[in-house]
Design a protein around this ligand. Structure first.
Ligand code: ZN
Length: 106
């Protein structure tokens, strides 16, 4: 993938935040692997999900990245620097277990 110098390769606006962790608020139909309240890490690169490299689990090398004009949450699509983040597929989640802790207001 090659972008012209000094240009942002994504259409604006979008919310930044490509390294995201948090708790599932809700899940869509057909998502049996995660439940509300689960602590999760969000995989950064979001590819098309169907090209050869995505099929190999290498969505960071998606062959259609330039075509879809986004590389993931916070990279052309709304990311995690917001109260809520919409993640389009359960394949972008990993259970965080005890790796993240809730911030408690003093
Ligand atoms: Zn792809």
């Amino acid at each position: 993938m090659e972008w012209p110098p000094a240009t942002l390769p994504y259409p604006l606006p979008f919310t930044l935040g490509h390294e995201t962790a948090g708790w599932v608020e809700a899940v869509g139909a057909g998502v049996p692997t995660f439940r509300p309240g689960d602590p999760v890490l969000v995989y950064g690169p979001w590819g098309c999900g169907v090209c050869r490299r995505c099929a190999q689990g290498a969505e960071n090398y998606c062959e259609r990245a330039a075509e879809i004009r986004a590389a993931g949450g916070g990279l052309g699509r709304d990311g995690g620097m917001a109260e809520y983040m919409l993640v389009p597929s359960a394949r972008f989640f990993a259970l965080a277990g005890r790796l993240i802790a809730r911030y408690i207001e003093p």
